[in-house]
Design a protein around this ligand. Structure first.
Ligand code: BG6
Ligand code: MG
Length: 228
């Protein structure tokens, strides 16, 4: 959904699209805890490596994958109940959350992009995205928000990022995506956008660039992306 598109009729305007969980806020760890608890409660093991495959993936698809790994068959009613259970548990972690959980240097990068009059969107699979951005007081930094409520096809499908580009009125080739998940990097690549992995180089090897975190991204690097 489009927020307030500032009148940005500037040269070299790019679209900067940020994933939420694990990029802007440190919520990836809460998704992990909640999925692990849920998987274990139905007798399914859940490893860090499996968690990596769930990053960026929608709630429905994540549960389908866990059930497949555990070779479990359940009916629709049970499926709905497990989805709610996972989200309730996840929200109990989020309830205690505040601006301290914003990942280092994220506000600095957002402020710099705003100062440079670049267009900024969220591109997240989460249906809890708006609530989280409000909680950490970052919602006003975004010109548009596209989240799990706005898309039919989840990452690695590029729908979420293409929608964000459209909302920002920016061509896909002029968009830059920050992502911590393999599925998200693949989505950005198939949208023909520049993909910037935030995390482990080996895991995110399909990204155009990978940084451990925003503290490792220099202003000069962002400047180059803008002028490209
Ligand atoms: C992604 C997370 O951002 O959102 C996934 O990386 C999560 O782990 C997905 O499953 C959906 O989030 P939510 O908040 O709608 O359950
Ligand atoms: Mg993420």
């Amino acid at each position: 959904m489009q927020l307030h598109i500032k009148k940005k009729l500037y040269m070299n305007k790019k679209g900067f699209i940020f994933d939420l969980d694990g990029v802007i806020v440190d919520t990836a760890k809460y998704h992990f805890l909640a999925w692990k608890k849920l998987a274990n409660s139905i007798g399914v093991d859940f490893s860090e490596a499996q968690n990596e495959q769930l990053k960026g993936v929608s709630r429905i698809k994540s549960l389908e994958m866990i059930l497949e790994w555990g070779n479990k068959k359940i009916n629709e009613e049970e499926f709905t109940a497990l989805m709610a259970k996972k989200n309730d548990d996840y929200l109990s972690h989020i309830a205690k959350m505040d601006a301290q959980e914003i990942l280092p240097d994220v506000p600095k990068v957002l402020d710099y992009l705003t100062q440079e009059k670049q267009a900024i969107s969220l591109g997240s699979a989460s249906k809890n995205a708006r609530m989280i951005l409000e909680k950490v007081h970052l919602i006003n930094q975004f010109d548009a928000i596209v989240d799990g409520n706005d898309v039919i096809k989840g990452k690695p499908n590029p729908e979420v990022f293409l929608k964000a580009a459209k909302e920002l009125n920016t061509a896909a080739k002029d968009c830059i995506v920050f992502e911590d998940s393999v599925a998200g990097v693949q989505a950005a690549n198939s949208a023909n956008m520049i993909s910037i992995g935030i995390g482990d180089k080996e895991i995110l090897h399909e990204a155009d660039y990978v940084f451990r975190g925003f503290t490792k991204i220099s202003t000069q690097f962002i400047e180059e992306l803008i002028r490209k």
